[in-house]
Design a protein around this ligand. Structure first.
Ligand code: NAI
Length: 210
């Protein structure tokens, strides 16, 4: 199957959800599924699904539906999950520790190789056998241990500073939990996470008065 280039950001944002549902279907030994059935499970319209999946290949067969395994593999490829990624977390507080402890990311191929903090009380402690190191060693560590993704979980005031250390040392992906619009070189990709936005979306929905 030919993957078409220039998939829109809107489609990219939906791909992880397809990936998650297809993994679930595979776990339940489902071999094939129609766009209508997938639509009922996933919550996108059947035509949206057909349109999305057409972006990267001619998958569905009339009267047959989608081959779940094939589609899962194709979406895994587009999501870049056929490779492994080395990650480093900076900020071993509430969020940093929660992410470090979440082992499912490793199953997807994201390997945590370092955790750094500035707090002497945390330095030397271990999370899942990985020792929290002094932030002063971050640059040297990154030089010795090429890293794909830097995870930023420090207070607002230090977020850009940590980002700069990452990018100056070859890190091309930043997963940013800090409430800051980062300035990065052109070849660096940033994905911001905003739990706050998600919570406020919920509160808006709860107050969605006709
Ligand atoms: P926390 O205070 O529990 O942890 C922050 C950690 O960063 C501390 O261990 C601290 O010692 C460390 N730190 C501070 N400066 C540092 C530096 N220069 N180098 C290395 N480590 C440093 O904070 P929490 O709750 O984990 O939040 C972390 C960040 O995430 C904050 O910026 C917060 O505003 C943000 N946040 C983001 C959310 C989101 O949805 N994206 C939700 C909640 C918080």
């Amino acid at each position: 199957m030919e993957r078409k280039k220039n998939i829109s950001m809107a489609v990219i944002k939906r791909l992880p959800k397809y990936h998650r549902y297809l993994a679930e279907l595979m776990k339940n030994d489902v071999d094939r599924i129609s766009s209508k059935e997938l639509s009922e499970k996933i919550g996108f319209t059947a035509s949206q699904i057909r349109q999305d999946l057409n972006c990267f290949g001619d998958f569905g067969q009339q009267g047959y539906g989608y081959n779940v395994n094939e589609l899962y593999n194709q979406i895994s490829g587009i999501l870049g999950l056929t490779k492994d990624y080395k990650t480093v977390i900076v900020g071993a507080g509430n969020i940093g520790q929660a992410i470090a402890n979440y082992t499912d990311f490793e199953k997807l191929g994201f390997t945590l190789q370092g955790i750094f903090d500035i707090n002497p009380k945390l330095i030397g402690l271990k999370i899942r056998d990985i020792e929290i190191q002094d932030i002063d060693y971050l640059s040297d560590f990154l030089k010795e241990n090429p890293t794909d993704i830097g995870v930023i979980c420090v207070p607002k005031i230090n977020v850009q500073k940590i980002c700069d250390i990452f990018t100056k040392n070859g890190v091309k992906g930043i997963w940013n939990f800090g409430p800051v619009d980062l300035v990065v070189p052109e070849d660096v990709k940033v994905e911001n996470v905003h739990l706050r936005d998600s919570l406020l979306t919920l509160s808006c929905l709860l107050n969605d008065i006709e």
